[in-house]
Design a protein around this ligand. Structure first.
Ligand code: SAH
Length: 412
């Protein structure tokens, strides 16, 4: 079956009527209407796929207005709601207003602060723009659509973003989730303007980092950990530090430059990330950080086996659980890592332990740490419970966006 190109205008093309008693999450302003909540769709078109990308109203089974959103027959999130106001059209004015509001939020947080800074400008549901991520890296924007609703309105979104931010270039980032979960294919790198010539350097808390906007991980950097890198550095003075899962060296360079660590060993399995990390170290004139390519689990086993000691360990592994079903496996992996990290620390050592698995709650993670404490016979005191930096806000009506946990602990 061929799939019609999505409709991207503001006209309301139909009404989705919810099953009885399924409206409560949307009265609480949750933006995802799953296929299983919908009783029927009344539309001019017979074929559901012909509605893809179109604006659609959602009502209760009794016909009361619930919200207005965008339809996608190929996604389990059948409708993404963008407004709960029946008088608000999802027209050009609406999208611009949402982008402006998102950028205003970053100004409120003091971001973006400098011309060579980097910040997340739009964080999907948290900014009322479900399915759109926009990051700013110095004079460039990276646009990462995660839903057909926004992918089909890219031209309009990019036009307003360029008008609001005056970038030199807008780069497109696509991951496989878009085609797998949303049935939407996008290709091409550059959406507007130019790509940076050579490595782009951004500055975070005074530290320079090379960022690869098209070939790096995430949209180029892990901006969510910005303030955790600085904050954890405060505990690192004169310490011998291990930065496990270091990517391009963020925690390691922060420990050395902001925290006056004595020395740092930083490990990541990505050779490319380590090459960039070494370049970053040189760029900043740092001489006491050693970078190594290696597996996190095996390196920790080796260091423990050879009786190594560190005064502080940072653990920032990749996402282990992509859903609640994988939770037990994920918690076992976190347990193993944290147990090994604790074994490397003397009494009074510092453990900075993170998880970016959204399905692992802070309580799950703390319970895992309690298990580590029990099995190792070491006390673990949480000094700081932290989340993502404020350019990754959490909207209380959609807690699915709250994913990052960072605990700074003292281990006795
Ligand atoms: N701490 C980093 C971000 C880390 S993201 C920062 O502040 O920028 C997680 C990192 O884990 C990625 O760089 C990825 O390359 C690395 N990684 C994934 N699997 C790994 C493994 N098995 N062993 C070591 N590193 C791994």
């Amino acid at each position: 079956m061929t799939h019609a190109p999505p409709i991207a205008d503001a006209a309301v093309r139909g009404t989705a009527v919810l099953k009885p008693r399924r409206a409560r999450p949307f009265f609480a302003r949750h933006p995802w209407v799953l296929d299983s909540a919908i009783g029927r769709v009344d539309a001019v078109q017979e074929d559901g796929a012909a509605l893809d990308g179109a604006v659609i109203d959602v009502t209760t089974s009794r016909g009361e207005f619930v919200g207005r959103g965008i339809y996608n027959s190929r996604s389990r999130i059948r409708i993404r709601l963008y407004t709960f106001d029946p008088d608000e059209a999802l027209d050009e004015h609406f999208w611009r207003g949402r982008l402006e509001s998102a950028i205003d939020t970053r100004r409120l947080c003091g971001l973006p602060e400098t011309s060579d800074g980097a910040a997340r400008l739009v964080f999907s549901e948290a900014d009322g723009l479900s399915g759109l991520i926009v990051d700013r890296y110095a004079d460039y924007l990276v646009v990462h659509p995660t839903a057909l609703a926004c992918a089909s309105r890219l031209d309009l979104l990019v036009e307003h973003l360029t008008d609001l931010m005056s970038p030199r270039g807008v780069v497109l980032r696509v991951d496989s989730a878009l085609s797998q979960l949303e049935g939407c294919e996008l290709s091409g790198d550059l959406l507007w303007g130019e790509v940076p010539e050579g490595p782009l350097v951004i500055r975070e808390h005074g530290i320079g980092y090379q960022v690869d906007l098209t070939g790096g991980q995430k949209t180029g950097a892990y901006l969510d950990q910005r303030d955790n890198r600085r904050q954890s550095a405060r505990y690192m003075a004169e310490r011998r530090v291990l930065d496990m899962f270091c990517y391009t060296g963020g925690f390691a360079l922060s420990a050395s430059m902001l925290g006056s660590a004595a020395s740092v060993l930083a490990v990541d399995s990505s050779r490319k990330a380590i090459e960039t990390a070494r370049a970053n170290s040189q760029l900043n004139g740092v001489g006491n950080v050693e970078f190594e390519v290696g597996s996190g689990f095996e390196t920790l086993d080796r260091l423990v086996g050879s009786g190594e000691r560190f005064d502080a360990v940072v653990l920032d592994p990749p996402k282990f659980a992509s859903g609640r079903r994988k939770l037990d496996d994920a918690l076992r992996a976190y347990h193993r890592l944290n147990r090994q990290a604790v074994s490397l620390l003397p009494p009074g050592g510092v453990l900075v332990t993170c998880s970016c698995s959204g399905s692992v709650t802070p309580d799950d993670f703390l319970a895992m740490l309690a298990g580590v404490s029990q099995q190792t016979g070491r006390d673990i005191q949480v000094l700081e419970s932290r989340g993502a930096s404020p350019d990754h806000p959490v909207r209380v009506s959609c807690l699915e966006n709250e994913y990052l946990k960072c605990f700074i602990c003292r281990v006795q």
